[in-house]
Design a protein around this ligand. Sequence first.
Ligand SMILES: Nc1ncnc2c1ncn2[C@@H]1O[C@H](COP(=O)(O)OP(=O)(O)OP(=O)(O)O)[C@@H](O)[C@H]1O
Ligand SMILES: [Mg+2]
Length: 237
Amino acid sequence: MFPIRVRDLRFQPNGRPVLDGIDLDIADEGITLVLGPNGAGKSVLLRTLCGLIAPTGGTMDWGGGARPERGVMMVFQHPMMLRSSVLDNVALALKPQGVARQQRHLRAMTILERVGLAHRSTDSARQLSGGEQQRLALARAWLTRPKLLLLDEPTASLDPSATAEVERIVREIRTDGTRILMTTHNLGQATRLGDDVIFMSAGKVREHSPLQRFFARPSSEEARLFIQGELPWRLNF
Ligand SMILES: Nc1ncnc2c1ncn2[C@@H]1O[C@H](COP(=O)(O)OP(=O)(O)OP(=O)(O)O)[C@@H](O)[C@H]1O
Ligand SMILES: [Mg+2]
């Protein structure tokens, strides 16, 4: 499935260039941060990669294939919880793979332990807090052992300790061999988690650099201003 090669990718509903000719190469390892101002097209890019949005132009090559075989998962800022228990919400992710019910539950319990939610397994998922729901959503995605995991602002409304917990889980998922692309407006988080940075604005990728270089020597004035505008976040951490 890797490298993923994106060429001249366009999404122009009603002629408005939301994705305006994206070129990207995604190698098979690490955590890539997709950064950029509100409305840059970050979420649309992630949704396009996981097949939720059909591009209006351009090509995506998945390691030589026209589409990813299986194993692309996305976790949203406000994940959807089914009206059932925490355990069922997670275990259900294995149903499409034809895993038997008892086995699904066993594996779901193991992953719930890894995200610190095993003790809530029989509770209603919809009664969990925002941070707990985010961890449940990560567990649900992780359980399927995705090759590529797309995370859209996974800690946007979480308190500092819930954020730290999500960051720990994201690192573990990566260590387990999953390639991760994530968006965040928390630049401190970006520096803690990222290997490389894709900087977007106005539907274009302005820069794709190793993380250290992006923050030390951004190649565009726009990226430099963006980093400066968010600088208090970095200093706070
Ligand atoms: N399905 C869609 N159809 C048409 N336009 C869309 C669609 N989804 C998003 N847009 C538009 O595309 C633009 C980019 O949106 P997107 O959500 O990708 O921004 P973003 O970079 O994720 O911003 P933020 O940092 O605020 O999350 C916005 O103007 C949005 O209104
Ligand atoms: Mg977004």
